[in-house]
Structures are given as structure tokens and as C-alpha cells.
Design a protein around this ligand. Sequence first.
Ligand code: PBG
Length: 333
Amino acid sequence: MKFPFYRPRRLRKNRQFRRMVRETTLSVDDFILPLFVCPGKGVKKEISSMPGIYQLSIDMLVEEIKEIDKLNIPGVILFGIPESKDEIGSTAYADDGIIQEAIRAIKSENKDIMVITDVCMCEYTSHGHCGYIKKDPVTGRFDVDNDETLKLLVKEAISHAKAGADMVAPSDMMDGRIACIRKALDENGFENIPIMAYSAKYSSGFYGPFRDAAESPPAFGNRKTYQMDPCNTNEAIREVEMDIEEGADIVMVKPALPYLDIIQRVKDQFNYPIAAYNVSGEYSMIKAAAQNGWLSEKDTVLELLTCIKRAGADIILTYWAKDAAKWLSEQED
Ligand code: PBG
């Protein structure tokens, strides 16, 4: 018996047909690799909750960059583990801070690779919060003061740009930060340095392993007074809209996997480059399952990265950038 109707399976029967009709193509061009920089020499310390990811001292970081460059990954985003921390995160904007030194070291070896910096205070403050802490006159609780924090973030962004960063990425979620940082960059001769705004950054349990990696858990409370509530989606649209108005060049949704609907809404609504952050917890859970032999890391990772792209992301920040670059260069069946 013959069926004269459309059969989608006709174009699935071999690899070449599947290639021809593919709607989403994942490429190494899409990736940014997050890296953790720590003090010392010759340090390459594996993060226990993120197997395969390391804290690297600057000399080791420079070696790592060579490998990343060979894999043709376009950019990295740096997170710093400073020598010392204080209430106002002074090492975040010190000329000889860990990130500032790391940027200079990378740039002296490699001018091509995009060095992006995370602009936030949490890795540098003794209390582990993303900004300046003050007693809230209304609630009586200690909380991050928005406008005082803006001053610190501006100093941090400018000091990264001065050290040679190619792009700054504020991840603190203070209101008005993009406008302040854009203005300061322009006034200091950095009008060509773009801003990648962590626009819709949710208060998420999936950041757990990162806080181990960056040694930045909040000493008290949580980040719910500044990061977004996972229940909200209209608010994400407002956040993105504000950041675009304030001068963001790329807007980000973070985490990625549980927030694909947000990525898609942002994509549909704004004709803008979107980054998605495939965060530490998303990495660790697959890694743990793979290590137990419960699933195939390569299959699931290539699938999930493709799905993030299909939802609308143009750029994916992922700890799998190196592995995925290698896997993508192998022939599929
Ligand atoms: C800094 C920052 C965080 C992440 C990126 N920048 C942690 C946080 O907000 O607690 C998380 C990245 C990850 O989980 O991979 N504010």
C-alpha cells in the first residue's frame, strides 16, 4: 500500500539529507568559555563540584589560552579569585588586581582572542554580596545599596577596560548600571568597548558550583533582593528593554536551560544579539550523571547547546566550550 502524503521521514533517512534541512547549526563561533583566575604560580586546581574546570594562576591561564585559541573559540570571560577581600571589594578595581593582571598577561601573548570580564563585586567583597552593603532604613536588614554599588561597578569596568579588556559584562543586577558604565566608558575614551549585560539574571540554585569555583557565596542572606524571581517573565522583558535603552550591545539570559522560554521571548521581542549562560549547575548535573555512566556526555551536551541556540541565543557561555569545539569537529552519523 502506498501513502501519497507528505512523509517527514524521507528527509531523515541519511546524514546528508539531515544536514541539508537542519534549521539550527551549532558552531564553535557561538561559544564563550568562562575561566577562573587565582593568585600564585603554576596553580591548576580542579574545582571539586565542576570536574574538568580549574582555578588557574595567570601563567597557567596564558597556556590555557593557547589551547582555546587553537580550538578557534572566539572569546573567554574571566572571573577573579583575589588575594584579599574587603567590605567594598577594593581588589575588584585595583590596577594590580587579579583580573587586570590576567588581561595584560593574555594580551601580551594573544591580541586576537576576545577577553571579556565579569563586572561584579561578589568575588571581591568579604561578605560575598554583589555590591555595597548598607542597613535598609525600611526593613532594618542589611542589603546591597543600589546607587553606592553603581560607583564601584563603574570603577571596576573602567579598570578592566584600561587593562585591555575587549568587552565588559556587568552581572550584578543593580538598576541603572548599564547607563552608568556606558557613560563612564565613553568619557574615558572607551566608546568602542561593548557591554554584554546580564539583563535577565535569575536568582538561581544552579549557581551553586560557581560559588565554590569563585569562592563567592554570600556570607549571609541570599541574592533575591537584586537577582530576578524565577516566577517572572514580563519582568525579564522590562529588564532587557531597559538595558538596551541604556546602551547594552548584547543582552543575556541566565541560567539557560530552565529559561529557554525567556530566551525565546527576548529573541521574538527585540532584534538584538542574545547571549545565554549555560551555568555551573547545568554543567555539574550532566557531568555527575555522565561520570556515573547514566548518560552520554557528548550526546546530551551537543543536544542541550543546540537547544539553547534553537531557542534564540546567538552566543552561549559554556564550560563545555572546549569539549564541544572538539566534538563538533568530529563527523557525526
Ligand atoms: C557573579 C556571577 C555569578 C555567576 C556569574 N557571575 C554568581 C552569582 O550571581 O551568584 C554564575 C555563573 C555560573 O553559575 O556558572 N555575580
